[in-house]
Write a protein that binds this ligand. Structure first.
Ligand code: AMP
Ligand code: MG
Length: 429
């Protein structure tokens, strides 16, 4: 019965998932240091301005712009250091020593850097300071003074709902004195691998067996998502065993990812099981590698409520598994997790060599992107080279690879020099 399901292009599959998947809503409060990769739950405006006071960008001397003309000599009347604002008055024609990050007194408006002055005399009371400075190279008025709100104004947007919290957002919140943040709860995602031939690394293989790499592969690819991963183990090519594992795990999970057993072979039971426990939303993509991928949902219920667990059936070949995980599962899980700022990064690059491609399926090759200036060019260019044999079993094709090269569905063979789109791998996770 699964054979009747329509085969989708990748873009159609992603559009459908965007429509189907409901972002979760449950929130929890976390200290900043425990919020890495979590999704921010509500719009946060800056509770203070940064910097909160006019501050000096440099080490030098603060004075009135009018007093900073060439050759002027200004007595030094005090010091403003970071954390130690100057207190007192600064008569016309004088200045204070100021250090980076220190409060610029209201009466002054410019900071002349220490390299642009000559020091004269030894200050009577302030250690290591001159009695006066002479202006050797006048600054422009307002130089080296950071205005209040130069980074962000109090009340303006800081981090938006749906934004994933990474080092920069977390640091910005900390800079504004925010100690904790409301985030969406992490997704609970179960991962299982199917295949009679699979054994965990560290065991001895019988003839015909191989080590399982996909569970680790998928787990690692999801590390930077707001996800708690539950290992559902290695499952035999047995419909009952697969069904039991999925049915038992589903009630407490938001999503399940399986690998293997999703093609049309005699030992491929995954789509059948999904249909027994729920329904398939799509199966098979016009995609290379990754054609057999299936997406569906598992329904479960307890006394109180019914639960939907989204199901992603990835192909078993490790490269197909990785590519469908990156192209389909990762964006789908981001959407489920409530992440809304998920622009995909693509870069235009030229092929360094010919590529054979038969029209009909969109293809993703592992590639090495370099940006360089060639002798014949005035501008730097982006050049991309496929990483050798692109067979879907070859995890080795990811070595040296830093991007996926997108070959359009309708393209034929492409010659060296053809412009293609590439997706940097680090931007896909
Ligand atoms: P399947 O999708 O189950 O037909 O598997 C396709 C190919 O991928 C076969 O050669 C499998 O042995 C291999 N394979 C399946 N699952 C895994 C796994 N977890 N780790 C490594 N290779 C796998
Ligand atoms: Mg198999």
């Amino acid at each position: 019965m699964t054979h009747g399901i329509q085969r989708l292009d990748l873009s159609e599959a992603l559009a459908l998932l965007n429509e189907l998947l409901p972002p979760l809503a449950e929130q929890e409060i976390r200290p900043l240091a425990q919020a890495r990769y979590a999704v921010n739950a509500s719009n946060i405006v800056a509770p203070v301005s940064l910097p909160p006071f006019r501050s000096s960008a440099m080490d030098g001397y603060a004075a009135r712009a009018a007093d900073l003309s060439l050759g002027n000599r200004l007595p030094v009347v005090g010091v403003s250091a970071a954390g130690h604002p100057f207190v007192g008055s600064i008569p016309n024609g004088s200045c204070i020593r100021i250090l980076t990050g220190a409060v610029v007194p209201d009466i002054t408006d410019s900071v002349i850097i220490q390299e642009d002055v000559s020091r004269h005399g030894k200050h009577a009371t302030l250690p290591n300071l001159p009695e006066a400075i002479q202006i050797d190279d006048p600054p422009t008025p307002g130089a080296n003074v950071r205005a209040v709100g130069h980074d962000v104004d109090q009340g303006s947007p800081l981090v938006l709902a749906g934004q994933q919290l990474n080092a920069f957002e977390l640091a910005w919140l900390a800079a504004c004195g925010v100690p904790e943040v409301a985030v969406l709860r992490p997704l609970r995602v179960g991962i299982l691998a199917t295949g009679d031939e699979l054994q965990p690394p560290g065991t001895t293989l019988a003839p015909g067996q191989i080590f399982d790499s996909n569970r680790l592969l998928v787990t690692e690819l999801l590390q930077q998502l707001p996800i708690e991963i539950i290992d559902l183990g290695l499952i035999k090519d047995d419909a009952e065993a697969i069904q039991q594992t999925i049915a038992e795990a589903a009630p407490t999970l938001d999503a399940i990812i399986s690998t293997g057993g999703v093609s049309v072979g005699d030992a491929d039971f995954v789509t059948e099981v999904v249909q027994r426990l729920g329904e398939l939303d799509f199966w098979r993509l016009n995609l290379k590698p990754g054609k057999p991928m299936a997406v569906g949902r598992i329904y479960s219920s307890d006394n109180q409520s019914s639960n939907t667990t989204w199901f992603f059936g990835l192909p078993g070949n490790p490269v197909s598994c990785a590519v469908t995980c990156l192209l389909v599962a990762v964006p789908a899980l981001k959407r489920l997790a409530g992440q809304t700022n998920t622009p995909s990064t693509t870069i235009a690059a030229q092929l360094t060599q010919d590529i054979k491609h038969r029209a009909g399926r969109q293809e993703y090759l592992r590639g090495e992107l370099v940006s360089e200036r060639r002798a014949t060019q005035t501008q730097a260019g982006n050049w991309v080279t496929p990483t050798g044999d692109q067979s879907s079993n070859r995890l080795g094709s990811f070595q040296q690879a830093n991007c996926l090269i997108s070959i359009p569905k309708d393209a034929g063979n492409l010659g060296a020099g053809t412009w293609v789109e590439v997706m940097p791998l680090p931007a896909m996770i």
